[in-house]
Design a protein around this ligand. Structure first.
Ligand SMILES: [Zn+2]
Length: 106
């Protein structure tokens, strides 16, 4: 259960389907954070459809997107605040921190 990427005050959720396995969960504050990979989640800035097996990738990746939307909606309905951060946002950590602070209530 030890995970070096998790701060001490967050814990990984264990409910894989409904929660979509957030990267971080701040249970007391009811905030979950996802870090979405630019490829797997089809980032509008960096995603390029692979040249080979396009039909396969399109099906797989659009299913990922649909799942992201469903997971976000399900969690919000359950009262969680959902923060989605693009992989490329991690290059600007100050901006990520602003969003996290806002979500966590300052
Ligand atoms: Zn990106």
């Amino acid at each position: 259960m030890a995970d070096k990427s998790c701060p001490a005050n967050s814990r990984r959720l264990r409910e894989p389907d409904e929660s979509g396995r957030p990267d971080f969960a701040f249970r007391a504050e009811r905030v979950v954070v996802f870090v979405d990979g630019c490829f797997w989640h089809m980032c509008p800035k960096h995603f390029h459809m692979p040249a080979n097996n396009r039909a396969f990738w399109k099906k797989k990746l659009t299913a990922n997107q649909a799942r992201d939307r469903l997971v976000t909606k399900t969690l919000r309905t359950a009262g969680w605040r959902v923060v989605r951060i693009w992989e490329h946002d991690l290059r600007k950590p100050a901006r990520v921190l602003v969003r996290l602070r806002a979500a966590l209530g300052g």
